[in-house]
Design a protein around this ligand. Structure first.
Ligand code: TNX
Length: 765
């Protein structure tokens, strides 16, 4: 590493003073997350005890933040009070050297004689202080003494934007929790907190000029119970809400500042604004009154681009800017249905007057006006990727959430980008396919997938790639009522993202991350955090190769063994899992991790429904979408049924706007009575079961001339089965053609888009 050559000299000098023969450490003894760029293992320990003093320039506020953070930490957790002194001896020194590297770079040198943390700025110094604190937390320690292992670390982040988001609109969380969340982000060297403050279901920030935002927009009459796709909708009948006062906001901003975290506030416009419209209906297009939304989704009620609305938003944003020093203000811009603008004479006139092409350009006009205003105050906007539609505002930064394509396009246009694709950054998605996971919105995003993310898409050249500032994990809280639940969903996935964005591609090692994670999970639990613990949970993998089916059990732990049983085995002598099991019959197999003879983590069961097509070879014409095809085409004939109420597991294949066409090769002429199909029906998630199925059983794999057709009259929500009695009783090849439902009709969620077709096991009976 090129930074701080003088420090290396100091390190060597200090180490040379050590006279005894201290025990050398291994790199794996330093269990830091995110893993530093460069660790040079030392030998022996620094004795941190009540004689240890702290030396730093007290005139420098930037240094004082780190000094105070360290002092408070040691006082509260180790009962060690650091004296302030400039005398030499048992000492921790903090310093800033601006010439020594990028802003957040630091070196941490621990010898038996002393500890020196040097940052390229106050930020770098703070990140280095966190590394020291992480090492301190990992030593068992006696009262008043921590032995900190000697080391030399040179470190700097791969990405400048390392963020976490929290939606406080759907559910509201107290200031104490917001601070806890910020502390956790700081502990993993994140530097941005995106505070999503306004939503259809509640406005959460006090705006003095508009008291009805507090009285009306901050509260909803009741809240949806269960999942949105559970029909009919039911409500709890309880008034719900709250907001942060400006005093509280100031306190939180200061708290974050002391931890070198910038808070980016989000005020959503022009969509997701139903709560504000409930308070000030005159800002809408319809002349109607509104209520604060009580269920989730996308609502037609949006701000009307009238002068009155711009005045309101500018006044709101002025109060927001006075509270938040952040260069960026997030203005939303996502999911703004255009119906009300289409039906509004005012909007149609405005479109003509401004020479706009359509409502998308009107949205762009809206965003540009807000951008002008914020730019005139020295601020920059961030918007969700929909702000690309109708033309990007000149200085906008784009948050790419609907995949990476919006981010790619924006970077190519020379705009900065923050990556938050649903595929890798939506921590409201399920993290495990275990059946007793708490209710979540859907999707499937396990830890290793987050860890595998790299924010720079291959499509960008080196120049364009510079526009990718980093990535952010989003925590939408429709299904998180409590802060414990937020913790469960955010952690440890946020730790994986912290390593993705700080350590970068070259340092990544999932195995190593998991072994470091074990100690961090323990620390989080001791701190009263409620992280998910995926390490010992058993996972099943079903492989379907050359006509037979194999089952594998695995976990992410470094210790313990997995034992398994199946429904017919006696439970007393569960064998250890050592190699893949061959499956050739129906039944249930269960795997469980054992450490020192004790069951730990969640067991996993898998049920096989044997049928004539199980393990068969097959071809499919259209490919499923990447994010809904994890099990591959073989999942269609592996004998395993996907979840009844979640389409994100590896058994379901999701085709976006496309037909499902397949040929299943049964291996030989086979007598078939019926074929049972499984589809998913969830219009709220843009998923539609098909209207018909066509099949043919024949002796040839050539496309058939005649099809047997089955019309589907009755659709039930979630997983549904359709049985087709086969006319031509024998054949080797089963040809299947299931046409996609087509374009989603007006008035439904996702209107105008091609429907998703989700298919699971095709059982040949
Ligand atoms: C989409 S991401 C939304 C949110 C939802 C989220 C649920 C984005 C800009 N909009 O309003 O809460 O999906 O995953």
């Amino acid at each position: 590493m090129k930074y701080f050559p003088p420090l290396i000299c100091l390190f060597l000098l200090l180490s040379s003073c050590v006279s005894e023969n201290p025990v050398p450490h291994k790199i794996s003894d330093y269990q830091l997350i995110p893993i530093p760029q460069n660790i040079k293992a030392g030998a022996g320990y620094f004795q941190l005890n009540p004689t240890t003093s702290l030396t730093f320039d007290q005139q420098n506020e930037e240094i004082a933040y780190s000094a105070n953070y360290l002092k408070d930490y040691l006082q509260n957790n180790n009962q060690i009070q650091l004296a302030q002194s400039s005398k030499s001896g048992n000492q921790i020194s903090l310093a800033i050297d601006p010439a020594s590297g990028p802003e957040e770079a630091y070196t941490l040198t621990i010898t038996q004689k002393g500890i020196l943390i040097k940052g390229a700025s106050g930020q770098g110094l703070f990140r280095g202080t966190i590394s020291l604190i992480q090492l301190i937390t990992q030593q068992s320690g006696q009262e008043n003494l921590v032995e900190v292992p000697c080391v030399h670390i040179e470190d700097a982040p791969a990405f400048s934007y390392r963020g976490m988001h929290l939606d406080v609109g759907r559910h509201f969380f107290p200031v104490s929790f917001i601070k806890k969340y910020i502390d956790l982000l700081a502990f993993y060297k994140m530097n941005r907190f995106h505070w999503h403050l306004t939503e259809d279901q509640g406005w959460r920030i006090e705006i003095k000029q508009y008291p009805k935002l507090q009285e009306i927009a901050a509260y909803r009459n009741e809240t949806l119970i269960g999942h949105y796709s559970d029909q009919p909708h039911q409500f709890d009948g309880q008034k719900y809400g709250g907001y942060y006062t400006q005093e509280e906001v100031k306190e939180v901003v200061q708290y974050a500042k002391e931890r070198f975290i910038t808070i980016i506030p989000e005020i959503e416009l022009p969509g997701h604004s139903r709560a504000a419209l409930a308070a000030y209906p005159e800002l809408g297009c319809t002349g109607a009154t509104y209520d604060v939304a009580t269920k989730w989704g996308v609502f037609l009620e949006v701000y009307c681009p009238k002068e009155e609305t711009f005045e309101f938003l500018q006044n709101v944003l002025s109060e927001v800017m006075a509270l938040f020093p952040s260069k960026y203000i997030h203005i939303g811009g996502d999911e703004c249905p255009k119906e009300q603008w289409k039906n509004s004479a005012f909007c149609q006139d405005l479109i003509k007057k401004e020479g706009l092409k359509d409502e998308h350009e009107l949205q762009s006009y809206f965003i540009k006006r807000i951008e002008n205003f914020l730019n005139s105050k020295g601020r920059q906007i961030i918007g969700w990727d929909e702000i690309l539609e109708g033309g990007l505002a000149p200085n906008a930064t784009v948050m790419s959430w609907r995949g990476e394509s919006g981010g790619i396009e924006a970077a190519k246009q020379g705009h900065d980008v923050i990556m938050t694709p649903t595929s890798h950054c939506y921590f409201d998605y399920y993290q495990s396919d275990h059946p007793d996971e708490p209710l979540a919105i859907g999707g499937f995003l396990p830890l290793e997938k987050v860890y595998g993310y790299h924010p720079i898409p291959d499509e960008l050249n080196a120049e364009e790639a510079k526009h990718i500032l980093g990535a952010q994990g989003n925590v939408w809280t429709e299904y998180m009522k409590t802060s414990q639940q937020v913790e469960y969903m955010a952690f440890p996935r946020a730790l994986a993202l912290a390593e993705v964005t700080w350590s970068g591609k070259d340092k990544k090692d999932f195995q190593g991350f998991c072994s470091r994670l074990a100690i961090h999970l323990r620390w989080l639990q001791n701190k009263g955090v409620n992280p998910a613990n995926p390490l010992y949970d058993v996972k099943t993998t079903v492989k379907n190769s050359s006509g037979s089916i194999h089952l594998q059990f695995s976990n992410q732990a470094q210790d313990g063994i997995i034992r398994y049983k199946n429904s017919e085995m006696a439970s007393s002598d569960d064998p250890a899992f050592t190699e893949d099991l061959t499956i050739d019959k129906s039944g249930t197999w269960t795997g469980q991790t054992f450490v020192n003879g004790e069951a730990v983590g969640k067991p996993q069961s898998i049920q096989f429904d044997w049928h004539q097509g199980a393990g068969a070879k097959l071809e499919i014409k259209n490919q499923p979408a990447n994010k809904y095809g994890a099990g591959g085409k073989e999942a269609l004939v592996n004998g395993v049924l996907g979840s009844n109420d979640r389409y994100g597991d590896k058994e379901w294949l999701g085709f976006e706007g496309k037909d499902f066409e397949a040929i299943i090769d049964l291996g030989k002429k086979t007598e078939v009575n019926s074929v049972v199909f499984r589809f998913y029906h969830g219009p709220g998630q843009w998923i539609y079961a098909p209207n018909k199925i066509k099949i043919t059983l024949s002796d040839s794999d050539d496309p058939p001339n005649v099809w047997q057709e089955k019309i589907i009259n009755k659709k039930t929500r979630k997983a549904m089965e359709v049985k087709v009695e086969v006319d031509s009783q024998e054949g080797q090849y089963l040809h299947i053609l299931v046409p996609n439902f087509g374009i989603i009709p007006e008035g439904a969620q996702g209107a105008g888009h091609g429907a998703w077709l989700f298919v699971d096991e095709v059982r040949v009976l």
